[in-house]
Design a protein around this ligand. Structure first.
Ligand code: NAG
Length: 806
C-alpha cells in the first residue's frame, strides 16, 4: 500500500540542497570538457545519475518534512494568554470532574478529587470523568464560557455542587473563587474525603515555576501569574482532619496514582484509623522539584468549601462567603436571561424542567471547552515513522468529557453551531485555533491529542494521524453560517473582519487540499481516502467520513465515489464564496465549483440509481459479504472471523446501503426546491420500516443488509441504524429550508419537519430524565441512549432544535 511505503535515506532534509547543486556543478563541468572519450561519457552519465539520485533524495527529504511544516502565513490567533483577560482562567480541563487552568501553555492546573471513606475500596478515588465510575449524572447546569459556571455531580449518597466565579483585573489574570458544596442524602452527617490540588505541567520542560505551602495556603509563582495564593476557606461543616503534601509527580497524567502513593494509615484521636497524605519520599535527597501539592480534608457533611485563588497585583478583594453567593446568584440570573433571549424556549412554551435540560445540554458543551497544548503525532507516505506535529495550543469544545475529552475536527463544526449562537467571540477564537493547526499542504489533523493528560486516554492505534485522511469541512460551513447570520460583526474595520481576513488563505488551502487529495476518477466525483481493507471487516470502515462503519462499497478501490463527500464539497464551495465576498475577494472560482456540483444532471449521472430511485455511492460492491468463523492453522490459536463473499464484487451503485449517505443531496441543500428527486427523498423519509423512527431518523434503513450488523467480531454496529443528533440536525435544517422555499415539496417538508423535530426532542428529553445524561446516539428501536455518556458534543444541538433555530 502506498500509505505504508518505506523509503530509504529520507533522513536528509533541506540541508541536502547543497549536495544537489554541487552534483549539478559536477555534471555541468563534465559536459563542459567536450571530450568524446567513452570514459568521459561514462563519467558524465555517472554524474548525471548521481545528480538524479541527489534530486530524488532531496525531494524525498523535502516531502518528508511537509507533513509537519506549518502553513506559511501569519497566525490567525494573535492575542492569547494574558492578552485576553476575560477568557484567561476557566474550567479548561474537560476531562476531570472539576478543574481550573489558564489559557497558557504552561499553566498550573488545579482540581478536585474525592472519595467516600465507606466505599473507597470498591469505588476508588474520583478524579477524571470516567464512565466506569457509574455516576448517576454530572455536568454543568449553567456555564457562560467566560465568567462562571455551576455543576452538579451525583455520587450517591453524596451530591457535590461545584461552581466558580472569576474576578478579572490586574495584569496577571485576576482572581477566581471555586465553591465545593457536599451534601449527603437526607442532609445526613456523613464522612467524606476531599482533595484539592495544584500541579505544574513539566512535560513542557523546566521553567521558573514553583508551588509550595505556607501558613496553610497553597502558594505559587509562575512568570505569567507572578505570585499567587490559594486559600481554602470552609463555609459550613466540620473538618475532622487535614493534611497536605509537597510532592513530585512524574506527569499530569498520574496525579491520582501519585496521590494514592502518598497515603499512609494513621491513628486519629476520636476517629480511628485513616489514610492521610504524608511526605513524598521520592523527593528526599533527589534533585526533584515540588510540582504537585494535594491538600486533603476529611470532612463531615453537609460541608461547603470556598477555594480562593488570589493574584498579588489585584487589590480588589476576592469573592468568598456571602459575597460569593451573591455574585453567583447574579451570574445565574444573567445567564438565565441571556439563555431565554437567545433561544426563547420559555416563550415557545417549554416547561421549566425541559428548559433546564436544554440549559444543561448547552452548558456542558460550553463548560466542556478546554485548552490543550502539545504536539500530536502524524504520518505521511514519505515518513518512515510517525513524526511529531509542531507544538501548538488548541482552544476547543470536546464531544464527551468522559470518553472523548479532546478536539475532533468535524465535531467542532457542529459544536460551533451552538456556541456561535451564544458568543461569536468564543467561536471565532475556537476556529482561529483550529486553523492555526493547518499544515503547509492544507491539511488539518482530524483528532487532536495534545498534552500528556489527553494522550493518556487514547488507545495507541488512534494516536497517529495520517495526512491523507480528511474529515468533513463542517467548521468552514459553520463559519459561513455565522457570518450570514451576523453580517454586522464582519463589517470592515471590525475585529472579527480582521480575523476572518487572516483565516482566508488557510480556509482556501484547506479547501484546495480537499480538491486535490480527495478527488475521484470521474470528473466532479470525490472519494474519501483511508479505507483499509484487512479482509476481516464486513465492510471496511471509512473513518474519515465521520460516519465510521456506515456501509460503503464492499471492496475499496480507486473507482469509488462518495456522494456525501461530493455534497460536502458543494457546501464548502458555497461557504468560501460567501466568505470571499464578505472580505472583498473574488468568489468566481468557488461559484463555478458550486454551480457544477449543484448541477443535478451531473449529480444524477454519478450517484442516482434509476432502479431504486435513490442516491448512492459507487464502487466495487457485492451484497454477498458475510463474516464466517475459520478454524486456525495451529491448534493453540483461537478461531477467528473473516469476511467471505458469495458473489464477486462488481462496479455498481451501492443502493442497498440506504441511509444517511443517501440523504446528503437534501441534507446539505444541494437539490433545488423543485427537484423531483427531492420529492422522492421526502417520500422515502416518511416510509415506515426504513429510516423513520419515533426517536428520530435512523442512520441506516431497517431494510439494509447491514442494518445493526457487527463489522468484526469485536466491533459492534455504530452508524448502522442508531439515531445520531448531528445528522438529524442537518435533516431538520434542510427540511425547514425546503419548507420555506416555494416549490412542490414545501408543504411535505414542513410537515416532516414538525414531526421529526417533535420525535427527536421528546426522546432526548425523556432519556435525559430517565438516565441523567445526553448520549452519543440513540437506538432506532426503543430510543434508548447508547454509546458513551455524557455526550454533550453535538447531541447538545437539541437546544437549537428546541429553539427551531438552524
Ligand atoms: C449546598 O447545596 C445544598 C444542596 O444542593 C443547598 O441546599 C445549599 O444551599 C448549598 N449551600 C451553599 C452555601 O451553596
Amino acid at each position: 500500500m502506498v500509505r505504508h511505503r518505506k523509503v530509504g535515506h529520507v533522513q536528509l532534509k533541506h540541508g541536502n540542497n547543497n549536495e544537489t547543486s554541487s552534483s549539478s556543478n559536477n555534471s555541468e563541468s563534465s559536459f563542459a570538457s567536450r571530450t568524446f572519450k567513452v570514459l568521459s561519457i561514462w563519467k558524465t552519465l555517472v554524474g548525471f545519475v548521481c545528480f538524479l539520485i541527489a534530486v530524488y533524495v532531496g525531494t524525498l527529504g523535502y516531502l518528508e518534512t511537509r507533513v509537519n511544516t506549518p502553513f506559511d502565513n501569519e497566525k490567525v490567533v494573535q492575542e492569547t494568554g494574558l492578552d485576553v483577560p476575560q477568557r484567561y482562567w476557566g474550567s479548561y480541563r474537560p476531562g476531570v470532574y472539576f478543574g481550573m487552568k489558564s489559557r497558557e501553555p504552561k499553566s498550573p492546573v488545579f482540581g478536585l478529587m474525592w472519595y467516600d471513606l465507606a466505599a473507597v475500596s470498591h469505588k476508588g478515588i474520583r478524579h477524571w470523568c470516567d464512565q466506569n465510575d457509574n455516576l448517576p449524572s454530572y455536568g454543568w447546569l449553567r456555564h457562560d464560557g467566560i465568567s462562571f459556571g455551576e455543576q452538579s455531580i451525583s455520587d450517591p449518597p453524596h451530591t457535590i455542587v461545584t461552581s466558580f466565579v472569576k474576578t478579572t483585573g490586574g495584569a496577571h489574570g485576576g482572581h477566581w473563587t471555586a465553591r465545593i458544596n457536599i451534601t449527603a442524602q437526607n442532609n445526613a452527617n456523613s464522612h467524606f474525603m476531599l482533595i484539592w490540588y495544584g500541579a505544574l505541567d513539566e512535560s513542557l520542560g523546566p521553567e521558573s515555576s514553583r508551588l509550595w505551602v505556607e501558613g496553610g495556603a497553597l502558594m505559587g509563582h509562575t512568570p505569567q501569574l507572578d505570585h499567587f495564593r490559594v486559600t481554602l476557606v470552609p463555609q459550613k461543616g466540620k473538618i475532622i482532619h487535614s493534611a497536605y503534601s509537597e510532592a513530585h509527580a512524574p506527569g499530569l497524567h498520574v496525579l491520582k496514582e501519585k496521590f494514592y502513593s502518598l497515603l499512609k494509615v494513621q491513628k486519629h484521636p476520636g476517629f480511628g484509623r485513616v489514610a492521610v497524605v504524608g511526605p513524598d519520599e521520592e523527593l528526599d535527597g533527589k534533585d526533584k522539584e515540588v510540582n504537585f501539592v494535594p491538600i486533603q480534608l476529611l470532612v463531615e457533611t453537609p460541608f461547603v468549601l470556598d477555594v480562593v485563588y488570589t493574584t498579588e497585583d489585584l487589590p480588589t478583594p476576592p469573592l468568598q462567603g456571602h459575597d460569593y453567593q451573591k455574585a453567583l446568584d447574579e451570574k445565574k440570573k444573567m445567564f438565565d436571561d441571556k439563555f431565554e433571549n437567545t433561544f426563547k424556549l420559555l416563550e415557545k412554551g417549554y416547561p421549566e424542567e425541559d428548559v433546564s435540560i436544554a440549559k444543561a445540554a448547552f452548558s456542558n458543551m460550553l463548560g466542556g471547552v478546554g485548552y490543550f497544548y502539545g504536539a500530536g503525532r502524524v504520518q505521511s507516505q514519505y515518513t518512515r515513522e510517525p513524526v511529531p506535529y509542531w507544538r501548538a495550543p488548541l482552544y476547543t469544545a470536546v464531544p464527551s468529557r468522559s470518553f472523548f475529552p479532546r478536539g475532533f475536527l468535524w465535531d467542532e463544526g457542529f459544536h460551533g453551531l451552538l456556541i456561535g449562537r451564544w458568543s461569536v467571540d468564543i467561536q471565532m477564537d475556537i476556529i482561529a485555533h483550529w486553523l492555526d493547526l493547518i499544515n503547509v499542504e492544507g491539511w488539518i489533523p482530524r483528532e487532536q491529542i495534545l498534552g500528556t493528560e489527553a494522550l493518556a486516554r487514547v488507545p495507541k492505534e488512534f494516536v497517529v494521524q495520517s495526512n491523507s485522511a480528511a474529515n468533513p469541512p463542517m467548521l468552514l460551513i459553520q463559519l459561513a453560517g455565522m457570518i450570514r447570520r451576523n453580517p454586522e460583526l464582519f463589517a470592515p474595520d471590525t475585529t472579527h473582519r480582521r480575523t476572518l481576513e487572516r483565516m482566508y488563505n488557510r480556509l482556501k488551502a484547506w479547501y484546495n487540499w480537499f480538491q486535490t487529495t480527495q478527488k475521484g476518477e470521474e470528473p466532479t466525483s470525490y472519494r474519501w481516502r483511508g479505507r483499509d481493507d484487512d479482509e476481516l471487516q464486513l465492510n471496511p470502515k471509512t473513518l474519515t467520513s465521520g460516519l465510521d462503519d456506515y456501509p460503503r462499497a464492499s471492496h475499496p478501490s480507486d473507482i469509488e465515489r462518495h456522494v456525501d463527500l461530493r455534497c460536502w464539497m458543494y457546501a464548502a464551495a458555497d461557504s468560501l464564496s460567501l466568505i470571499a465576498t464578505t472580505i472583498g475577494k473574488d468568489p468566481d472560482k468557488f461559484d463555478a465549483v458550486r454551480a457544477e456540483l449543484s448541477d443535478e444532471d451531473l449529480l444524477n449521472e454519478l450517484h442516482w440509481s434509476p432502479h431504486t430511485r435513490t442516491y448512492a455511492d459507487y464502487g466495487l460492491h457485492t451484497d454477498g459479504a458475510r463474516l464466517v468463523k475459520v478454524n486456525p492453522k495451529h491448534p493453540n490459536e483461537s478461531p477467528k472471523m473473516v469476511r467471505v463473499v458469495t458473489s464477486p464484487p462488481q462496479p455498481r451503485l451501492v443502493t442497498s446501503a440506504f441511509g444517511y449517505v443517501s440523504l446528503f443531496p437534501m441534507l446539505l441543500k444541494v437539490l433545488k426546491p423543485k427537484s423531483e428527486n427531492l420529492g422522492k427523498i421526502l417520500e422515502d423519509l416518511d416510509k415506515p420500516g426504513l429510516l423513520w423512527s419515533p426517536y428520530g431518523l435512523r442512520s441506516l434503513s431497517k431494510s439494509s443488509p447491514l442494518y445493526m450488523k457487527r463489522n468484526t467480531e469485536h466491533d459492534p454496529p455504530y452508524w448502522r441504524g442508531q439515531v445520531w443528533a448531528n445528522v438529524n440536525y442537518l435533516a431538520l435544517s434542510a427540511l425547514k429550508h425546503y419548507a420555506s422555499s416555494l416549490g412542490p415539496h414545501s408543504a411535505r417538508a414542513a410537515e416532516l419537519h414538525s414531526r421529526l423535530r417533535a420525535n427527536f426532542v421528546r426522546n432526548i428529553l425523556s432519556e435525559y430524565k430517565r438516565t441523567g445524561y445526553l448520549w452519543e446516539q440513540y437506538s432506532g428501536e426503543d430510543g434508548k441512549g447508547s454509546g458513551c455518556r455524557p455526550f454533550t458534543g453535538w447531541t447538545g444541538l437539541v437546544t437549537l432544535i428546541m429553539a427551531e433555530d438552524y
